[in-house]
Design a protein. Sequence first.
Length: 438
Amino acid sequence: MLWLLPAGALAGMDEKVAGNGLYGHLWQPDAVHEYWDPETFQRPEKELVEGRFSAAECLDCHAGVTPGIVKDWQRSRHAAPSQGQTVACDGCHGSDHQALRFPTPADCGACHQRQHGQFLAERRYGFPSHALAMTRAVNSKHFVDKPKAEVTACLQCHSVATKCDSCHTRHRFSAAEARRPEACLTCHSGPPHPDDESYLASAHGRRYLAEGAGWDWSKPLRPGNYPVPTCAYCHLRNGNHQVADKAIWKFGLRQRNPRTAENQVKRKRWIAVCADCHEAAQAAAWLQGLDGERKAAWKLLYRAEDELRSLRSDDLIHPRPGQRPPYPLDWWESFWPRVRIGFYEGQASAFYNVSGIERDYFEMWYFDGLGSYKAAAHGDAEGVREGHRRLRRSLQGITERARELRALGAREEAAGAPFDPGRLWLDGPYSDLNREQN
Ligand code: HEC
Ligand code: HEC
Ligand code: HEC
Ligand code: HEC
Ligand code: HEC
Ligand code: HEC
Ligand code: HEC
Ligand code: HEC
C-alpha cells in the first residue's frame, strides 16, 4: 500500500515543486509557503517591477505602494541605528527587483551573529524547540493525511524555525514588542498548549494585565527591570535566543524523571530565574509542586492506559491496528500492525484514525493532561484543580465505556457472532481523498 508518486509525476508542472520533509513527495506547497519557509520555497517573482534600485528609490516608490511597511521601517532601529549603518529595504531584500529575497535566519544572522548562533545552538536539546519546529511539523504523519486546509496552518506557527519575524514582527523588528507576552501568544495558545490561559491566570500574569501597559518595555529583560516576569523573561533568559535549555517536562507528553543528573542541572537553571525575585528555596519547592502534579496526573493516565491494554488483549477494540489505514511510509504496519496506546513517537497523528475509546484517551492525555501541566508550570492553581477534575472525569468515562465494550463483547460471544468489520476502515474514502488533494 504505497502512495508514492512516480518520480516524473511532478515534472511538466513548472511552477509546482514538491514539499519538504519525510513526506515532501506527497504534498505540494501553496503560495504562502514562500513566506513561511523562504529558504526552501521562495523564488524570485518575475512579474514585478524591473530594475536595480538604491535604498532611496525603494523607499520612495514603496511609500506609495506599501506605505505601512515604510512607516514601520522608519520607526525601527534599522532606520536609525545607535551604531552601525542604516539597514534599508535593499539591506534585507537585495537591490535587484526581479531577484528579491525574503531573509532567512541566516540572512539576519549575518549582522546578528549572537542571536542567530544561540537560536541554532538550541538544536542540541532536541524536540520541542524553535530551531527544529519546521522539521517537526512537516515530518508529522498527519501532515499529509489530513485535509490540506487543516494542515497548511501548522506552518504559520511552526515557521518560528525558518524566519526571525515571529516575536519581533516585520518591519518594526522591535525588541520591546518581543518582550511582551503577546509576542508569544499568537502561537502558544489553544488546548494542547494553553500557555496564554495559564500565564494570564497566574499571579505574574494578573499583575502584568493590571500594570503592564505602563511599563517601560524598552528595557532589556534583566533583574530589576520588570516587577513580574513575562514569557520571554523566563524562557529567553537574559535575551538568550533559545527556549529549551531549562525544559524538563517539555511539551508534557511523557512521564519524565526530574531527578536525573541532567534534569537537576536544568532545574537549577530554572531556580536561578525565579531567584531574581523569590527565595531560591521557595522557588525549588514550587517547582517540586509541578513534579508532584505531574506524578498525580500520570497515575490517572496510566490507569486509563491499563484499561485500554486490557481491552486490547481481550480483542475488544475495533478497529484493530491492522484494520485501519497505515500512515504513508508506514507500509510495514500492513504486516506488523502496532498498538497505539500512550506515548507514540510524540505523534498526535497516531490518534486520528482510532476507535472511540482510544480517542477518549487521547483527549484525556493531550488536552486534560497538558492543560493541567501548563497550569502547574505557570502557577495557575485553579487551572490545576480544574485539570485534575477533568482528568478524573475522563478516566471515569473511559472506565464506563470499557465496561460497555466488555458487555457488548460478551453478548457477541454468546450469540456466536463476533464482530467482523472486513475492510470497512481500510477502504474508507477519507484517507484516499485527502491524499489526492494534498
Ligand atoms: C545589514 C545588517 C543587518 C541585517 C541584515 C539585519 N539587521 Fe537587525 N539590526 C542591525 C542594526 C545596525 C541594528 C541597530 C543596532 C543598534 O541600534 O545598536 C539592528 C537592530 C535590530 C533589532 C533590535 C531592535 C530594537 O528594538 O532594539 C532587532 C530585533 C533586529 N535588528 C532584528 C533583525 C532581524 C529579525 C533581521 C532579519 C530579518 C535583521 N535584524 C537583519 C543590522 C542588521
Ligand atoms: C531587517 C530586514 C528587513 C528590512 C530592512 C526590510 N524588510 Fe521587508 N521583509 C523582511 C522580512 C523578514 C519579511 C517577511 C518574509 C517572510 O515572511 O518570509 C519581509 C517582507 C516584505 C514584503 C512582503 C510581505 C509583506 O510584509 O506583506 C514586502 C513588500 C517588503 N518586505 C518590503 C520592504 C520594504 C519596502 C522595505 C524598506 C522600507 C523592507 N521590506 C525592509 C525583512 C526586511
Ligand atoms: C518603481 C516602484 C518600485 C521600486 C523603486 C521598488 N519597488 Fe518593490 N515593489 C513595487 C511593486 C509595485 C511591488 C508589488 C506590490 C504588490 O504586489 O502589492 C513591489 C514588491 C516588492 C516586494 C514584495 C515581493 C513579493 O514577492 O511579495 C519587496 C520585498 C520589494 N518590493 C522590495 C523592494 C526593494 C528592496 C526595493 C529597492 C531595491 C524596491 N522594492 C523598489 C514597486 C517598487
Ligand atoms: C510563530 C509561532 C511562535 C511564536 C511567536 C513563539 N513560539 Fe514558542 N514554539 C512554537 C512552536 C511551533 C514550538 C514547538 C516546536 C516543535 O515542534 O518542536 C514552540 C516551542 C516553544 C517552547 C518549548 C521548548 C521546549 O524545550 O519544550 C518554549 C518554552 C517556547 N516555545 C517559548 C516561547 C516564548 C517564550 C515565545 C515568545 C517570546 C515564543 N515561544 C514564541 C511557536 C512559536
Ligand atoms: C497555534 C500555533 C500552532 C499550530 C497551528 C500548530 N502548532 Fe504544533 N505546536 C505549537 C506549539 C506552541 C508547540 C509546543 C508546545 C509546548 O512545547 O508546550 C507545538 C508542538 C508540536 C509538536 C510536538 C513537538 C515535540 O516534538 O514534542 C508537533 C509534532 C506539532 N506541534 C505538529 C503540528 C502539526 C502537524 C500541526 C498542524 C496540524 C501543528 N503542529 C499546528 C504551535 C502550533
Ligand atoms: C521566541 C521569540 C523570538 C524569536 C523567534 C527571535 N527573537 Fe530576537 N528577541 C526576542 C526577545 C524577547 C528580545 C529582547 C531580549 C532582551 O530584552 O534582552 C529579542 C531581541 C533581539 C535583538 C536585539 C538584541 C539587543 O540586545 O538589543 C536582536 C538583534 C534579535 N532579537 C535578533 C533576532 C534574530 C536574528 C532572530 C532569528 C534567528 C530572532 N531575533 C528571533 C525574541 C525573539
Ligand atoms: C515565571 C516563569 C515563567 C513564565 C512567566 C512563563 N513560563 Fe512557561 N514555563 C515555566 C516553567 C517553570 C515551565 C516548566 C518547565 C519544565 O520543567 O519543563 C514552563 C513550561 C513552558 C512550556 C513547555 C516547555 C518547557 O519549557 O517546559 C512552554 C511552551 C511555555 N512554558 C511557554 C510559555 C509562554 C508562552 C509564556 C507566556 C504566556 C510562559 N511560558 C510564561 C516558567 C514560566
Ligand atoms: C521578575 C520577578 C519575578 C520572577 C523572575 C519570578 N517571580 Fe514569581 N512573583 C513575582 C511577584 C512580584 C509576585 C507577586 C505577584 C502579586 O501577587 O502581585 C510573584 C508571585 C508568584 C507566585 C504566587 C505566590 C503566592 O504567594 O501566591 C508563585 C507561585 C510564583 N511567583 C512562582 C514563581 C516561580 C516558580 C518563578 C520561576 C520559575 C518565579 N515566580 C519567577 C515576581 C517574580
